[in-house]
Write a protein that binds this ligand. Structure first.
Ligand SMILES: *Cc1c(COP(=O)(O)O)cnc(C)c1O
Length: 391
């Protein structure tokens, strides 16, 4: 071959977008370990340990807790298709892109979907969900805990009560919140939840931790029809992750090594310490941005600590700044999604990327970019404000 492509040699980026986030070197190292068979006794032990650690991170005793072989969206699809059957009613709360995706998934699974909408950046109250459940019985209510597209955190405890009073199951998207902010599957009585590896777990993308409550398992066991997706059918996958060890599909062995190490890192740090770290770096970034005159797109009470959605200052060119951050400083941040395109930047501080180093590096780089764009900022103002917040 005359033009053999060069071997991959990716640039080393600082990943401060909506995911993927910076991967911890220990996780990279784990993914490069020798591949064994998916039924090798060594790998079975890794799976058992992962299940135990996933339960700790999800704060649950749910036996049916494992990693779906696929990204966060596969976790979403796994939860939806296992809970709903064709003709079942499902209420999906949509205040961002991912709620919209869940409604699409539920419709494709044959559910009769009702979408409850809120403007991007806002959150739902338990009362409005209670009102929406005041009609014909609903099988499940789907809601996003941390809407990465808007930067808003949805409180869940009260909603869980009204959902269960209405006899429905509660399905929660924890893709961005897990391991970066409190997620309490058992205390909040969540019936099905999914996450992804490339947000606050700081793994490469490719796996989706999921968990199902005993109540959800019972609903699945009493289905009238087969789960619509062969690949995501928990009634079969559970025989691989459970004691039967029946082959279902070949687990992505090395991706699972990576998640195993990422979970070890989370538990080594401690969940509470990890949540506090995310919070402290968010506060410092917020102070730095405020000093530069940059405003958040979400009310203070509902802001995500791991994803800062801020308004692009007037007169500043969105694409030019993001490109310069990437090419000159190696920093990736996210553009606005959906109706927020061109309106917001999404600055992630997820997992291994949630550090003082990244906050200060980003603010210094942003100051340079804003000056170039003719925004009158005194160099060092944002950095100083962030440093003051840490002190
Ligand atoms: C990233 C994300 C997803 C989708 O995950 P993929 O890994 O991109 O498939 C779903 N929900 C939320 C809230 C997310 O942030």
């Amino acid at each position: 071959m005359s033009s053999l492509p060069a071997a991959v040699n990716p640039p080393l980026r600082t990943l401060m977008g909506p995911g993927p986030s910076d991967v911890h070197p220990r996780v990279w190292a784990a993914t490069a370990a020798p591949t064994v068979g998916h039924l090798d006794p060594y790998f079975l032990r890794v799976m058992d340990e992962m299940q135990t650690m996933l339960r700790q991170v999800f704060r649950t005793e749910n036996p049916l807790t494992f990693a779906v072989s696929g990204t966060g969206s596969a976790g979403m699809e796994a939860c939806v298709v296992n809970l709903v059957e064709p003709g079942d009613r499902m209420l999906v709360c949509q205040n961002g892109v991912f709620g919209g995706r869940m409604a699409d998934v539920a419709g494709r699974a044959g559910a009769e979907v009702t979408v409850l909408e809120r403007p991007f950046g806002e959150v739902f109250t338990a009362d409005e969900i209670k009102a929406a459940l005041d009609g014909k019985p609903v099988k499940a209510v789907g809601i996003v805990h941390a809407e990465t597209s808007t930067g808003a955190m949805q409180p869940l405890e009260e909603i869980s009560k009204v959902v269960h009073e209405a006899g429905a199951l509660l399905l929660v998207d924890c893709v961005t919140s897990l391991a970066g902010a409190p997620v309490e599957i058992d205390a909040w009585d969540v019936d099905a939840a999914y996450s992804g590896t490339q947000k606050c777990l700081s793994c490469p993308p490719g796996l989706a931790p999921v968990t199902f409550s005993p109540r959800a398992e019972e609903v699945i066991a009493n289905r009238k029809s087969k789960v619509a997706s062969w690949y995501l059918d928990t009634t079969m996958i559970r025989n691989y992750w459970g004691s039967e060890r029946a082959y279902h599909h070949t687990a992505p062995i090395n991706a699972n090594y990576g998640l195993h190490e990422a979970l070890r890192l989370v538990l080594e740090e401690g969940l509470e310490a990890r949540w506090a770290r995310h919070r402290a770096n968010h506060v410092a970034l917020r102070e730095g941005l405020a000093a530069l005159g940059i405003e958040y797109a979400v009310a203070e009470a509902h802001r995500l600590p791991m994803l800062n959605a801020v308004r692009i200052p007037a007169g500043v060119d969105d694409a030019t700044v993001r490109k310069r951050l990437l090419t000159e400083f190696g920093i990736e941040i996210g553009a606005g999604l959906g109706p927020m395109k061109g309106v917001t930047w999404r600055i992630g501080l997820m997992g291994a990327a949630s550090t003082r180093r990244n906050v200060l590096l980003f603010l210094a780089a942003l100051e340079a970019c804003l000056s170039e764009q003719g925004v009158g900022v005194t160099p060092g103002t944002g950095v100083a404000a962030a440093n003051a917040a840490y002190a």
